[in-house]
Design a binder for this molecule. Structure first.
Ligand SMILES: [Zn+2]
Length: 190
């Protein structure tokens, strides 16, 4: 069994392939390359004895809490976008990718919730994305997804420079890599 040092989940023979369409290369039981829950690459996956990167939410200053609160909302927003977009696309491969990405982004939201010591995930206003699918069909939604992922990468890169807690910086760097993988997967599908 393996343990993800970013999301803390235990990876085993039952779950290694859970979100295989949401990672750059599919995991097989013999070759696990990405965390099936949060999508980080193998460098962040350790053995059961390895420590998870943890943050004490009670000792954070208000600015840091605000940054984590915003990051949590950004991830929920993106996760809900993927769930909604999955219902709008025609291509089954893109649909599967969106559904798996929705799961991965929700795990990111929970990582921020835990780091910030927030009691619950906030409920956001649901948006209707129908109007974003025009002449370009599925590709319109892929382009929108890509844009949102780029925004997430920029968010993590910007704030990893201003937060002081080094474990938050580590997590932001890891998640920035994951969102960058999503950008590349979406570019490939375009
Ligand atoms: Zn993970």
């Amino acid at each position: 069994m393996l343990k993800c040092t970013v999301c803390g989940m235990i990876i085993n023979e039952k779950n290694y392939n859970l979100n295989n369409r949401g990672i750059p290369e599919e995991n097989s039981l013999e070759n696990i390359k990405y965390c099936p829950f949060c999508g980080v690459p193998i460098e962040y996956i350790g053995s059961m004895e390895d420590a998870v990167i943890e943050v004490d939410g009670h000792n954070l200053n208000d600015d840091t809490k605000k940054i984590l609160d915003h990051a949590m909302k950004l991830e929920i927003f993106n996760s809900e976008f993927y769930d909604a977009a999955a219902l709008l696309v025609d291509n089954m491969e893109i649909k599967k990718m969106f559904l798996h990405l929705a799961k991965i982004e929700m795990v990111h939201a929970r990582i921020h919730q835990k780091m910030g010591g927030f009691n619950q995930l906030p409920k956001l206003t649901k948006l209707d994305y129908k109007k974003y699918k025009g002449e370009g069909g599925d590709k319109d939604l892929l382009r929108l997804a890509r844009k949102r992922e780029i925004h997430a990468v920029e968010y993590y890169d910007k704030y990893s420079k201003s937060v002081e807690d080094e474990n938050i910086v580590k997590i932001f760097k890891a998640l920035s890599e994951v969102e960058n993988d999503h950008v590349e997967m979406e570019e490939e599908a375009l």
